[in-house]
Write a protein that binds this ligand. Structure first.
Ligand code: ARG
Length: 462
């Protein structure tokens, strides 16, 4: 097949080189954005008198027909085309003849592809944001149901202090809110028009880059043409925001995997969101969460791919940059897959409250509260800490708990102890009284939920 740039060449490209060079297999998905960019460009060329108004209208009409034909399946992508940009331009020329050949006036694939990726990712960010929003809403709903469900909180994976399941869930909501904020930032920096940078050095035509920007609902035009065609910061920023969001999902997944185990049994996943073993009939495996944990590795890898791809590139466009798409598309596709499976999985899981509570009742997670009891009666914290440590050691040696320890044992260690110690160290008190701002008490969890809902609204009104 003769290439559009065949003029300078005396031979056709080797078929292996052609296949190696071609990106249509993975950039065809940007056809809508490519056509939208071309429509804006053709409109601007007409308005500026760079091409005639009638040619401009014909180009726009032809592009709209191509879009309709791709969407209704009558026009298929040619796998031999070099990329989506060449494919659409060639198809336009096939349909319109010489008029089609005017579209590429004062444009290069370098600014065209930079625009297409920005437009494509802008749409994808919108979808990812709405999935994250659904996940946060699911978390708020579950946290409200479990604002009083007591579970052990951990450090070093050792039982530490009592919290509520609602509080634990809202920690993830807080991470996801930051993810949304980062996506907003990324989208804002991404939504600037590179079109009109042309190959690298702008153009001698009297183009209006701000007009194409406004036709494409972008916020202004990129200030430097070299940067316009060679910047992929927005891909890296997005990949990094997605890698971090995946890292949050992966930590959550890891916890769910533990919670499903017989060793914890804090939750049970719905049958529709678990899988069995081909040999062990008793098995019910949390494959979804394991896959999310696994896919986090590849999204992190996508981010590293993009950084590494860019780190040695001289200005301006280099073909290395064609590799940006598979990396960033992979990150986008995978996070969408993960989020849309994770949400219903969470929504349908059974929370085994009694097991959480039973785990909280062992492991001396009220020891800090026992020390605080003495502190509130006037003892310095370090002294109280030491006395409580002694009591815990005594309980362990005598196979008992702080709740069950007779008052005489307490009073042997300090006469500040009286009957009300049992109330002070009961799990319910320990949780209810942790109402410091951001703490796990039921009332604090409910206020976290309200704040989260408010912040969510703000993040969608930017
Ligand atoms: N397919 C190319 C890419 O994805 C489009 C830009 C090609 N430009 C060029 N001068 N070869 O990066």
């Amino acid at each position: 097949m003769a290439m559009m740039w065949a003029g300078r060449f005396s031979k056709e490209v080797d078929s292996k080189v052609n296949a190696f060079n071609s990106s249509i297999a993975f950039d065809a998905r940007m056809y809508r954005q490519d056509i939208a960019g071309s429509i804006a460009h053709a409109t601007m060329l007409g308005e500026q008198g760079i091409i005639s108004m009638s040619d401009s209208l014909e180009l726009v009409g032809g592009l709209k027909e191509i879009l309709a034909d791709i969407e209704n399946g009558t026009l298929q992508f040619d796998p031999n085309a070099e990329d989506i940009h060449m494919f659409i331009e060639a198809e336009l020329t096939k349909r319109l003849g010489d008029v089609g050949k005017r579209l590429h006036t004062s444009r290069s694939r370098n600014d065209q592809v930079a625009l297409d990726i920005r437009l494509y990712l802008r749409d994808e960010i919108g979808e990812i944001k709405s999935l994250i929003k659904q996940l946060i809403e699911t978390l708020c709903k579950l946290a409200e149901e479990h604002s009083e469900t007591i579970m052990p909180g951990y450090t070093h994976l050792q039982r530490a202090q009592p919290i509520t399941f609602g509080h634990h869930l809202m920690a993830y909501a807080a991470m996801l809110l930051r993810d949304l904020d980062r996506l907003n930032d990324t989208a804002r920096r991404m939504n600037v028009n590179p079109l009109g940078s042309c190959a690298l050095a702008g153009t001698t035509y009297n183009i209006d880059r701000f007009r194409t920007a406004s036709l494409l609902e972008m916020d202004g035009a990129m200030a430097n043409s070299l940067d316009g065609v060679s910047d992929r910061d927005f891909c890296i920023e997005l990949a990094s925001a997605l890698a971090l969001c995946m890292t949050h999902l992966s930590r959550f997944s890891e916890e769910i995997i533990m919670w499903c185990s017989w060793e914890f049994k804090f939750i049970e996943l719905d049958d529709a969101f678990s899988t069995g073993s081909s040999i062990m009939p008793q098995k019910k495996n949390p494959d979804i969460t394991e896959l999310i944990r696994g896919k986090t590795a590849r999204v992190i890898g996508d981010n590293v791919t993009l950084l590494t791809m860019m780190k040695g590139l001289p200005l301006a466009y280099n073909k290395d940059m064609q590799e940006d798409k598979e990396a960033i598309f992979d990150a986008v596709d995978n996070i969408k897959l993960c989020l849309s499976t994770f949400i219903p999985m969470l929504d349908t899981m059974k929370v085994l409250k009694e097991n959480m509570r039973a785990a909280a009742a062992r492991g001396f997670i009220n020891a800090t509260d026992c020390a605080d009891y003495l502190v509130k009666k006037g003892m310095p914290f370090r002294t109280a800490y030491k006395i409580t440590g002694g009591l815990v050691a005594y309980c362990i040696a005598n196979n008992t708990t702080l709740e069950e320890l007779p008052l005489e044992c307490y009073q042997e260690q300090s006469e500040l102890f009286s009957e009300d110690v049992y109330e002070a160290i009961s799990l319910d008190t320990c949780v209810k009284e942790r109402k410091s701002y951001g703490g796990p008490s039921p009332e604090s969890v409910l206020s976290q939920i309200n704040l989260t809902k408010k912040k969510l609204e703000e993040l969608f009104n930017v």
